[in-house]
Every structure is written in structure tokens, then in C-alpha cells.
Design a protein around this ligand. Sequence first.
Ligand SMILES: [Zn+2]
Length: 241
Amino acid sequence: MDLREIRGQLRTSSSVVFFGGAGTSTESNIPDFRTAGGLYNRSDPHDRKPEQLLHIHTLLNEPETFFTYYRTHLIHPEAQPNKAHRVLANWEKAGLLDTVITQNIDGLHQKAGSSNVLELHGSAHRNYCMECLRPAALDHVIQSTTVPRCTHCQGMVRPDVVLYGEELDMDVMNRAVNAVRSADFLIIGGTSLVVYPAAGLISVFSGRNLLLINKEPTVYDDRARWVIHDSIGEVLSQLAQ
Ligand SMILES: [Zn+2]
């Protein structure tokens, strides 16, 4: 793979967008529960899958079960941005990158310094009371031993993340679609592209410069101008040189 060609194209493109999946965060030691080696088959005593435990019905009907699982597997306050996050933040500051679109809820892009980040699945760092809608701190959710309660009205506090059984935030999704549609260089990293809405986003990209970086092959490899099956942190670091 000749990275010089990609590097040159990156620097002369007018709008570069990065779209990242769980693989962007696994290099910060955050497990991907959708891929092999992730959280599957390490479920609760009832042997339910993450899709069931992280379902809106579980939050509403069995909140203790939900929060026990959520706190253990979805919150990683100690995680630090990796090379991929840092390169992308530097590119944004240098005016080389317009938008980061992510399926992750860990806030690591912002922690690395990115500011134009579209979080398709929300963020674990935002939490709010389901009754009075007042915001609550992530620490409050972490420190509650059972179900986190609002300090004002005792309503249940929930994370502002899109759970199974819930719709995506259409405003965020529309902004992501517009960003991809107007991009002339799209980097997709760390996603197998099988989970909605990833497949939908790639379909609105009409430019020629599609770079796919994923450790495993994806169903869209044929459509990309460049495909690199490697660590996203390593590849972006090399591109940044
Ligand atoms: Zn409240």
C-alpha cells in the first residue's frame, strides 16, 4: 500500500470526514461487544445477550439489571485516547478534517481534542433524569450502587445513549448524512459496516476517495479506493507523518 498517494489526496481534498466504529476504541482497551472477543457470551446469570440487557425494556422494567451490566461493561472512565483519536484531533486543528462521526459512546474523540464530533449512539458522559430532564454527572451514575436517582426529584437517571429498541437521534443522523454527502474524502475505520446506520452512511458518499481501515475484511472493501487491513491507530499515525 502506497501511503504517499493517500497522504497527497488527503491534503488536497476540500472536505475530509472520518466515520469510526468500535474498532477505534478497542485500541484504548474498550471491548467491542459486537465482534468476536468482545462481550458476547459473557452476559448476565440469565445468559442474556447484550442486545437484551441494553434494551430500553430492560432499563424500564429491570433497571437494577440494566445498570449493573451498563456500569460494568459500557462505562470506561479510565480509558485514554489512542493514536487514532490524537491524529484525528490534530487534523481537525490543522484544518485537514471537517467532521468525526462515531458509533462509540466513550467521548474519547473529545478527550483527545476533537470538537466537531457527531455521536450517532449518544454519549455515556451525558446523563439526565427521566422525570425532570435535569442533567446528572457521569460520576453520579458510576457511584450509585443500584439505580441512579435524580438528586432533585428522585426520578431515574439514564444515560443519553441510544439503547436497543430506541431510534437514533434524527438530528444527529441528518448532520452525519450531510457531512458524508458533502465530503470528497471519507475515511471509515474500525467498523465491519454491517450494523445500521453504517451501511446507510456509506451509501450517501459519492466521492471517489474512500479509505477503509479495518483489521478484518468488510463487505464494502470492493467499493473503496484504498483498503488497509491493519490497526487504525497505526495507519492514521503513518498517514500523519
Ligand atoms: Zn429529576
